[in-house]
Design a protein around this ligand. Structure first.
Ligand code: SF4
Length: 359
């Protein structure tokens, strides 16, 4: 959408800087900006990041513990019916070893992610994951995010008591018709209820949207408002990446403009929250653009040599050792940014938890 004048765009960005960005029409206008208007959007997003976080960036290690899934999401490489993806379940020993390596590399948090593994959701239950969460916490002392899918509230409570700080569960869209197309057979409401339950249990929440799967600006605006209503402390926008063996395999997804605009608009709507720049879509070479859109967390750092996969890109940059803090630091330096200290991340976490308890 072209603005009639530069001052109309400036007015919109000023309103966002004053905390009025989650109004539906404003969001839609910002999400419809044309390419030549986006520089101003990115500058405003980076300025807001600077005000709230200075030049500090957080780094998240990522451990994909199981790639077996009971679901058949149409956008996902690891969907149940895809025979072309490599399936694994990491043993306790493998997880502890990889966690130790990531901790030693200097990340601020470990993200323990699983597909909705039929074993956990079936005969075995979540006991092994709860025990493993406690062990990783004890062994590394690092804050933890858990992403086990739509787990029952009782399990989320056990994970919180075992040492998890965060629950990540992405709706991917907050348009119910699009959700039904993307996640056949799954309940939109149940997924949202799990997140509300997690908040009540004292877990911080990461919510996310997928870009390039048929969403319109008004759907993204709805997602941003839903994230605000949930009180999510970390909000992510990520591009869909096509893979062989999935129904959306032929969908074009080379253009990251939608994701970058969404990251910047998220920064305007959530100036003091965490917004990821994921290495999972374009690897290290895509990091600079995402930081320039206002992101302040580098996610999906994965140690090489452990047979670990990414989610959107199962192998990109992993065994080449390009998803490591060392490599990321060079990019941060080029952007005038630097990794936060662990104490800075811990202080942010504690402050958010205090606020969440009072909310
Ligand atoms: S998005 Fe998650 S729940 Fe859906 S198929 Fe992939 S791993 Fe399973």
């Amino acid at each position: 959408m072209a603005f009639r004048s530069g001052s109309e765009l400036s007015g919109l960005l000023r309103a966002a800087e004053q905390g009025q960005a989650t109004e539906r029409r404003r969001l839609q206008k910002l999400l419809r900006l044309e390419a030549n208007e986006r520089d101003a959007l990115f500058r405003a997003a980076c300025e807001l990041r600077r005000r709230h976080f200075g030049n500090r960036i957080f780094l998240y290690g990522f451990l994909y513990l199981s790639t077996y899934c009971r679901n058949d999401c149409r956008f996902c490489f690891y969907r149940r019916s895809n025979a072309l993806c490599h399936r694994y379940r990491k043993s306790r020993e493998e997880v502890l070893e990889a966690s130790g390596r990531l901790a030693a590399s200097g990340v601020h948090l470990l993200d323990l992610t699983l597909s909705e593994d039929p074993i956990l959701y079936g005969r075995e239950g979540f006991g092994s994951l709860v025990r493993l969460t406690a062990e990783v916490r004890r062994a590394t002392g690092l804050p933890l995010m858990v992403s086990p899918g739509v787990a029952p509230a009782a399990v989320l409570g056990e994970l919180a008591r075992a040492g998890a700080d965060w629950y990540a569960c992405y709706q991917e869209t907050h348009s119910r018709p699009l959700f039904r197309r993307l996640r056949p057979g799954q309940s939109y409401s149940r997924r949202m209820r799990a997140k509300r339950a997690a908040r009540k249990l004292g877990l911080l929440l990461e919510e996310g949207v997928l870009c390039g799967v048929g969403e319109r600006p008004r759907d993204l605006a709805r997602s941003i408002r839903a994230m605000a209503a949930l009180g999510a402390e970390q909000v992510r926008a990520m591009s869909f990446v096509p893979h062989e063996g999935i129904p959306l395999a032929s969908r074009y997804s080379g253009d990251r403009e939608g994701e970058l605009a969404a990251i910047a608009v998220l920064r305007l709507a959530f100036p003091d929250r965490l917004i990821p720049a994921s290495l999972d879509v374009d690897g290290l070479k895509g990091l600079e653009r995402r930081l320039a859109a206002g992101a302040n967390v580098v996610t999906s750092l994965i140690p090489p040599g452990q047979g670990l996969a990414g989610v959107a890109q199962s192998a990109l940059d992993i065994e080449e050792g390009r998803r490591t803090p060392e490599e990321v630091k060079e990019v941060l330096e080029r952007c005038g940014l630097e990794p936060a200290s662990r104490a800075e991340y811990a202080a942010w976490l504690e402050a958010r938890k205090r606020e969440a308890r009072c909310a």
